[in-house]
Design a protein around this ligand. Structure first.
Ligand SMILES: *Cc1c(COP(=O)(O)O)cnc(C)c1O
Length: 384
């Protein structure tokens, strides 16, 4: 049934015996910088690559300040803290996301509330967000409360799913109206822009990830983006054990975290950043090839739909998405492609279906469930 698809993907990726979903490429200065890093003996969290990597990402994204972390999950953890989220608060986010978003909320002792995504972006729907707030929330003295639970609703964390920017301007407007802090989980969307502005720079804080399967990688790594320089400074302080700078004394003024990325990872990051734009263009070209194939190939065009970037956006097409007709077709597609050496996978199990989060509040999740039953990710690595 999907033989043509398997063949097309195999050809696209140079007819390997096995075509993985997303693998990193190291064709630039990675080895050179790693050697420099080792020769300098500065392999830990102090070193020139760490600072340079932050500057490169700040410049590329247009953020006032970027602060590295050991991974994207703890970048989100710090983001929750700096957004003022506290134990018992509620945080509005998507059920259609990777677990890290919800884990970060949980580390604070706060509770995720799952809001539906929209059909155009697979990201948080500003319409569903407003609807939930109109039904469940009230603002008293500039603080948003859930009328039913009495809990404070402190923040909103939309995610730019698979690199496609969500309707972030509309979401920001709703957040402003309801006095919610906006934190963007931009872990999947480095290189993705909404109306020419980089994802992760619309809210109070944005979080990026440089895990091995992301568009660029540092092995493990994350980054916080800020428009407020002071908040960025505080983030650096908290991620470096809140040590008061001094030549020899060890004095700390806060409970801090050992979350700063080592120089050895940042060396990789600097080399990867030098090729980011080229990788994104390469991935966009691959997406274009997929789009043409799925639109024109007679045997599949009525069965499989390729998901394209939303309006006014430039997506990095981190992981390409096809939409199958139903759950049965989804399973069949997964089975056939994986049986034939082409790695594909369904969307993450929805957060509200996991034991830790099944008791959390959620809305109808209509589109979320629709996608969960139909989405398959297909190979998306940069093509050399
Ligand atoms: C990758 C990812 C993260 C961060 O993951 P790390 O592996 O900790 O860097 C967070 N949120 C989403 C949606 C992700 O895809």
């Amino acid at each position: 049934m999907y033989q043509k698809v398997t063949n097309f993907i195999k050809t696209l990726y140079g007819n390997q015996e096995f075509t993985p979903l997303a693998v990193p490429v190291f064709v630039g200065n990675e080895k050179k910088y790693l050697n420099e890093c080792i020769d300098s003996t500065f392999v830990s969290s102090v070193g020139k690559f760490v600072d340079r990597f932050e500057e490169m990402v700040a410049e590329y994204t247009g953020a006032k300040r970027a602060v590295v972390c050991v991974n994207g999950t703890n970048a989100l953890h710090i983001a929750m803290m700096l957004a003022g989220v506290e134990r018992g608060d509620e945080v509005l986010t998507q059920a259609l996301t990777f677990i890290a978003t919800c884990n970060a909320i949980s580390y604070i002792g706060a509770h995720p509330v799952f809001i539906d995504v929209d059909k155009e972006t697979m990201g948080l729907s500003p319409v569903a967000l407003r609807h939930w707030l109109e039904t469940n929330a009230e603002v008293k003295n500039g603080v948003c409360y859930n009328k039913r639970t009495g809990h404070r609703v402190k923040a909103c964390v939309p995610m730019h799913t698979f690199g496609h920017p969500c309707k972030i301007e509309d979401i920001a407007a709703v957040c402003q109206e309801y006095h919610l802090e906006l934190v963007e989980d931009a872990a999947e969307s480095i290189g993705s822009f909404y109306k020419g502005k980089h994802t992760g720079t619309f809210g109070k804080i944005g979080a990026l990830s440089f895990n091995g399967n992301k568009t660029i990688t540092t092995g493990g790594g994350g980054m916080l983006l800020f428009n407020d320089e002071e908040l960025g400074k505080l983030a650096k302080h908290l991620t470096t054990q809140a040590k008061v700078p001094h030549r020899w004394a060890f004095v700390h003024d806060h409970i801090g975290y050992n979350y700063r990325m080592p120089n050895i990872n940042a060396a990789l990051g600097c080399a990867q950043m030098e090729h980011l734009e080229e990788y994104v263009l390469n991935k966009r070209e691959t997406a274009q090839r997929y789009k043409e194939f799925f639109q024109n190939e007679v045997e599949v065009k009525d069965e499989v739909e390729f998901f394209t970037e939303p309006e006014n956006c430039r997506s990095n097409y981190w992981l390409n998405v096809v939409i199958l007709k139903d759950k049965e077709a989804q399973l069949k597609f997964l089975q056939e492609t994986n049986d034939n050496g082409v790695m594909t996978r369904p969307i993450w199990e929805l957060m509200n279906r996991l034991p830790m989060f099944e008791h959390c509040q959620h809305d109808s999740l209509e589109n979320t469930i629709w996608f969960a039953d139909r989405v398959v990710n297909i190979p998306s690595s940069v093509r050399l």
